[in-house]
Design a protein around this ligand. Sequence first.
Ligand SMILES: *Cc1c(COP(=O)(O)O)cnc(C)c1O
Length: 354
Amino acid sequence: MKKHNFSAGPCILPEEVLKKASEAVVNFNNDDLSLIEISHRSKPFVEVIEKGRTLALEHLNLLDKGYKALFLQGGASTQFLMTAYNFLNKKAAYLNTGTWSSKAIKEAKLFGDLVEVASSEDKNFTYIPKGYTVPNDVDYFHCTSNNTIYGTQMNEFPETNVPLICDMSSDIFSRQLDFSKFDLIYAGAQKNMGPAGATLVVIKEELLDRICREVPSMLNYKIHVERDSMFNTPSVFAVYVSMLTLDWLKNLGGISFIEEVNKKKAQLLYDEIDRNPLFEGIVAKEDRSIMNATFTIANEDLKTRFDSMWAEARINGINGHRSIGGYRASMYNALPLYSVQALVDVMKELERKA
Ligand SMILES: *Cc1c(COP(=O)(O)O)cnc(C)c1O
């Protein structure tokens, strides 16, 4: 039986998706060829990527609303610089909520001036800043909807008339938002959508008119849009698995369905963290992420015991990120509720034995 996989990324994918993907590697579409040995311009693969692009927009309720979906490469990390390369003319505004935001800020500084509208660095990024204002004279505002490492998540996005750009790598397709508020959304596939190697970019077509300098082709959104995400060879396997995962989500009932499941999973774990005297949550309660729950354990002796108990319970991937320590349980879409129950059971058992 499969382990309870709380890995932060790459992370759990639905079993039926893994099964279909592995079959396609050997024999795709019963055509006696592998998915990864046929031309990316062949009809069967073009159908895959088109279906993936359509499903992505459909889930976000952005189909036929002036948006394009692209599967690019280079991870979310390339989007840090690509967004700035294309759209940072003079000045951009950034919200700093942790490691990934800080990295985006570092890259953007290569292209123009930055206003950091707020930062939660003063408390080691354990909360989401609120009450800041986004200046009107900037090229765009950039934020990170879910901070994978710290376990905080934005529940509100600022009302602004400047373009809104968001790194949604670790919570895309996990909850309902008014996605039409955003002008550009990007997400590395490996947190909630597929294997590493593909990056989803959802861009409002109007934004393409704002590209402010000569941009090399591979980093130019306009070229990727014009070429339907096929300017160069896409990462065919990652795109295929992402498409299967998006299709799996659609068959389940889409974001509105999975959001309820995700809330239940998060509640189950946070309730135990708050109830059990041996554990403590790391971040401000109102800003807790429903995807990544971070917590600490009361003392080091218990840690050794807890670590062997959860390993024995076939739980994988709950060590905290090396930069903050403690524990982090990532509960992405494909993680079943019973896996969270398995972790909670171990936490309760530790309390009984301690
Ligand atoms: C994982 C992650 C990234 C980095 O993604 P890569 O695909 O490794 O470049 C960026 N932002 C967030 C929010 C992440 O969770």
